[in-house]
Design a protein around this ligand. Structure first.
Ligand SMILES: C[S@@+](CC[C@H](N)C(=O)[O-])C[C@H]1O[C@@H](n2cnc3c(N)ncnc32)[C@H](O)[C@@H]1O
Length: 221
């Protein structure tokens, strides 16, 4: 089984309980909701806007996004795992949202619709090996002034490798945790945001255990 198949298998198993388990993610009491709110605020959405939620999972951001784009706006949720999208579909149905659509796709191959106002990705992009390319593709699809925002976990700056491994092994959903630490994917995300976007901003959250990376479409593009 390759890494992606393993990841899908893991999320298939998690999908049913993801919403409950994620409240304890990455640790009980972790301010995940506050971080999601910060990320959505950083999108600077307005009523009527179209936003892509990349690797949306079960759609935990949808309510927050709905609040700002309103019924005249559009939310496009993209995810690799069918079972996570099935939960997202349940959420859409339960809430009667008619402006949310779902696409099953690998972020790496996703063809972002042109002229979208914003792209959000929460707690997922560091799991995507091609994260820099995804950021570049997304940036090209943004409308003038459009925003790209990534929220995800990272290892705090001065943490020794063994401690990082111990701390994150319990919370990461797939076995390749040591690779995740070694790869330091948040650095690739930071570099790509800086390269592709105007006004790139990088904020470390909760003692450097998470980051919020944001930027706008370059006016020259
Ligand atoms: C920890 S969950 C986060 C879900 C959601 N964004 C949230 O904030 O609750 C990670 C999600 O990323 C998805 N994912 C991982 N790699 C992906 C890829 N290459 N393309 C699309 N989705 C991916 C998984 O299927 C899973 O639903």
């Amino acid at each position: 089984m390759d890494t992606q198949e393993r990841l899908i298998e893991t999320y298939r198993k998690k999908a049913k309980y993801y919403d409950v388990i994620s409240r304890l993610y990455p640790a009980p009491g972790y301010p995940q909701r506050t971080q999601r709110l910060q990320a959505v605020r950083a999108l600077r959405l307005r009523p009527g806007d179209t936003v892509v939620d990349m690797a949306c999972g079960t759609g935990l951001n949808f309510r927050l996004l709905e609040k700002v784009v309103g019924p005249g706006g559009r939310i496009i949720g993209v995810d690799l795992t069918d079972a996570m999208l099935a939960r997202a579909q349940d959420r859409i149905k339960t809430n009667g949202w008619s402006n949310v659509s779902l696409v099953q796709a690998d972020a790496a191959g996703f063809d972002f619709p042109a002229g979208i106002n914003a792209i959000l990705s929460t707690y997922a992009m560091t799991q995507v090996p091609e994260c820099a390319e995804v950021i570049a593709h997304g940036a090209q699809a943004l409308a003038g002034g459009g925003r790209w925002v990534v929220l995800d976990l990272k290892v705090p700056g001065r943490t020794p490798g063994w401690l990082a491994q111990l701390g994150t092994a319990t919370v990461r959903p797939f076995a390749a945790i040591d690779q995740w630490i070694m790869r330091r994917p948040w650095e690739a995300i930071r570099a790509a945001m800086q390269a592709e976007l105007a006004d790139p901003a990088w904020t470390e959250l909760f003692g450097g255990t998470a980051f919020l990376a944001a930027g706008s479409r370059r006016p020259d593009k």
